[in-house]
Design a protein around this ligand. Structure first.
Ligand SMILES: Nc1nc2c(ncn2[C@@H]2O[C@H](COP(=O)(O)OP(=O)(O)OP(=O)(O)O)[C@@H](O)[C@H]2O)c(=O)[nH]1
Ligand SMILES: [Mg+2]
Length: 734
């Protein structure tokens, strides 16, 4: 355990790159910690969202850099997480809500838990807040007395603990006496040793002074490239590797094998992790094929580390050269990225203790020294390849475009969610219908009336197209956008009149065809087409790569973000699925949509008066995901409960009124169930992004999210902060 704590602290210390004074704001849920954080950060009153996990901000006052951590009350029950907030040299500001007479005992209890916890705290100050409220001022003298009594009962605290009984107007809402608190924190910071990020215990090996290591690396790479194995093509090289027939398995061939494996995974969703699995599989085959010949063992963290580095170098090529390196160009690639030749570069990121631990061997662990480089920021967006796009018809037919897009979303959803196609189709029809109705209402004549036959026709045509894709070309529809898919079948999908080969115009436009699916008179609908030609397939792959990697430079669209049609469909399916099954709160949900619904149900069960139930909504949402915590998915648990809760807080007043009505209903009654089933669709339609199980990609890198560390403790997002103040919800999404 001790070891885990030190790794966790190391992680937290790496979050902050400048020497700074850490201030931990603690206290019972809803006592005003986040309001204080935001007041200190922006000198504003902010409408906050109950915090799950923690928030971090940095501020500078009188030459001191402060890092403020605001710990959500919702997590105080979780011992596993609390230890990561406190380390030597932290100042703790313990807040007590002076207006909450009802829960005063709990505040005191929380304080005792902290004082009993033997945390390595440098200095603690106790501050009473919400003193702008009348009941708080009445309560204040008594509260101060009780608090002082508690503190003085601790004779051997090992750190100084002050009760700020003179801040008798203190309020984060009005900002009163904020300056006094800050001045005191500055003076404490100046007395205690500033929390400088500790130097790693052992220094990573420095390159020899005097000459550049790169010359050495270049020489070595050039030498190595002359080796007989290196004359093999990428395919031959890998084929030899797995049968244990490579004559040399030093650093250079290792990197090459990693490079080739990555090249084969470029279209995958999590390139580095999928490549790690494949690489390790190959390595195992190699070791088995030739026992005792190679010193290697299967080491997951080492493999992922190197693959990540190679991948970053490949993306750098994409940025600098406009294209990813090709599989057979390894040597040129290494010469452009000579730092990959430094076989000991892991020392900058890992201590030996961590890297050579069984846990790092078996699982992906984050570095305990320097964090890994993140994706590069600036991959230029490709110009629209107008010339390659099929000529668009003079007057684009809105209907057929909507129908085709939804047809594609239907097939994709059926595949990725592993649902019956017929069930997904049933949910698609009403969506298309309402989409077309909306268009017609906005501007009459903008679209033809909805026709079920036409909708079904395009689903069938796209299905036949999907069926005709060769299995081994890396063209997986769950990874292809509709835009890229279109390139595979330029004639079929560019044209709006493909129906003419099957339906007569009378049939196509008939009222009967609108009302229900009718079969074509001319020819039966196809179930397969000819496979697309190779040029089209290459174009579709290039376009997918462009979309995937161009989006890296533009954080608003994370890789794999579903289309609007996909989302509409998934929301509808989720609403349907959850209304059909009775949600038991004891059984942990096993699907993503079930998880969202589960958290939602718990929240509305106590909304709008959670404190009456002695629980804030953050605790309720946090309790809802305890099964994930038990399953060692702590960061996932915090993330999803936090996202659902913050979406809940940003719902409109009318929704909250309905939710309040729900409270007045007999639990479990038909009316209550009906209302619950009405509230969820409203909620999900307002925050459809929640239905995407990849939503974390806007906030976390793959390497952080998928690490063992993220499972054991709450990792802060490394790409973008999760909003903690209402009204900062981003709508970049659609
Ligand atoms: N009147 C008044 N209200 C305050 C003050 N500080 C916070 N509040 C209100 O108290 C409620 C809870 O505030 P938060 O800052 O979210 O509380 P928290 O401690 O961060 O709560 P958790 O994140 O759930 O642990 C909000 O409605 C705030 O507006 C204050 O100084 N005066
Ligand atoms: Mg908070």
């Amino acid at each position: 355990m001790a070891k885990f704590i030190s790794t966790a602290s190391a992680y937290v210390s790496r979050l902050f790159h400048t020497p700074n004074q850490r201030v931990v704001i603690a206290g019972m849920d809803s006592c005003g910690k986040t309001t204080l954080l935001y007041r200190l950060k922006a000198n504003k009153f902010a409408v906050t969202i109950p915090t799950i996990g923690f928030n971090v901000e940095t501020i500078q006052r009188q030459g001191v850099d402060f890092t403020l951590l605001d710990i959500g009350g919702g997590c105080s029950s979780l011992a596993r997480m609390t230890h990561i907030y406190f380390y030597p040299e932290s100042i703790v500001v313990f807040l007590i809500d002076a207006s909450d007479t009802e829960r005063m005992d709990y505040s005191i209890l929380e304080l005792k838990i902290l004082l009993d916890g033997h945390y390595d705290i440098q200095h603690m100050v106790i501050v009473f807040t919400k003193l702008d409220l009348a009941e708080a001022t009445t309560n204040f003298p008594d509260l101060v007395k009780r608090t002082k009594a508690v503190v003085s009962s601790y004779k051997t605290l090992g750190f100084q603990c002050e009760v700020y009984d003179d801040l008798n107007r203190f309020s984060a809402a009005t900002g009163a006496q904020m300056d006094i608190l800050m001045k005191r924190l500055v003076s404490i910071a100046n007395k205690v040793p500033t929390n400088v990020m500790k130097e790693p215990a052992q220094k990573a090996s420095e390159p020899p002074k005097g000459h550049s290591p790169y010359e050495e690396f270049r020489k070595r790479a050039t030498e190595e490239s002359k080796h007989v194995d290196q004359k093999l093509s990428a395919d031959e090289f890998m084929a030899r590797m797995i049968v244990g027939k490579l004559t040399d398995w030093s650093h250079y061939p290792h990197i090459r094998a990693g490079f080739i494996t990555l090249c084969d995974c470029l279209l995958k969703e999590s390139v580095v992790f999928e490549a790690t699995d494949i690489f390790l599989e190959k390595l195992e085959k190699m070791l088995k094929a030739s026992p005792g010949r190679f010193r290697n063992t299967v080491h997951r963290t080492m493999t992922t580390f190197w693959l990540h580095r190679i991948y970053m170098a490949m993306l750098l090529d994409m940025q600098d050269r406009g294209s990813l390196p090709s599989r057979d160009e390894f040597h040129g690639f290494v010469l452009r990225h000579l730092d990959l030749m430094d076989g000991r570069s892991w020392e900058r990121h890992y201590t030996k203790d961590l890297l050579f631990s069984p846990s790092a061997r078996d699982n992906w662990r984050l570095p305990d020294r320097d964090p890994l480089a993140q994706t590069i920021i600036d991959i230029p967006q490709k110009e629209e390849k107008e010339s390659k796009r099929p000529p668009s018809s003079a007057k684009p037919n809105k209907n057929s475009e909507i129908l085709k897009r939804f047809a594609y979303a239907t097939l994709k959803t059926a595949k990725t969610a592993n649902r019956r196609r017929a069930a997904v189709i049933n949910e698609t029809f009403p969506l298309i219908q309402s989409q077309i109705m909306r268009l017609r209402a906005e501007s009459p004549g903008a679209a033809e009336p909805y026709s079920e036959t036409q909708a079904y026709f395009w689903i069938q045509i796209l299905h036949a197209a999907v069926q005709s894709l060769p299995p081994d070309y890396g063209l997986d529809i769950s990874r292809l956008s509709y835009e890229s898919f279109k390139l595979l079948f330029p004639n079929l999908l560019a044209a709006d009149d493909a129906w003419k080969g099957y339906y007569s115009p009378e049939q196509w436009d008939s009222i009967e065809a609108r009302m229900s699916t009718i079969l074509p008179k001319l020819n039966p609908l196809p179930s397969i087409f000819q496979a697309p030609d190779k040029t089209c397939m290459d174009e579709a792959i290039t376009s997918t790569l462009d979309e995937k990697y161009a989006s890296k430079g533009n954080r608003s669209a994370p890789d794999g973000q579903p289309s609007m049609e996909d989302i509409f469909l998934q929301v509808r399916l989720a609403v349907k699925a959850t209304s059909l099954s009775i949600y038991s709160n004891t059984n942990p949900p096993d699907t993503h949509e079930g998880l969202i619904r589960h958290i939602f149900n718990q929240i509305i069960a106590v909304h709008p008066e959670p404190l009456v139930a002695r629980k804030s909504l953050s605790i309720v949402a946090w309790d809802a995901v305890q099964f994930l915590v038990d399953d060692l998915q702590v960061t996932h648990a915090v993330f999803w409960s936090r996202m659902v809760l913050s979406a809940f807080y940003t719902m409109e007043a009318s929704f909250h009124e309905k939710a309040a009505q729900f409270q007045t209903m007999e639990p479990g009654s038909v009316a209550a169930e009906k209302m619950q089933n009405e509230l969820f669709p409203l909620f999900l339609t307002a925050s459809p992004e929640l239905i995407w199980d990849g939503l974390w990609k806007s906030y976390y890198s793959d390497v952080a999210w998928k690490s063992e560390d993220a499972g054991k403790m709450y990792l802060l997002p490394d790409l973008r902060q999760i909003p903690y103040v209402e009204g900062r919800k981003e709508s970049s999404w659609m």
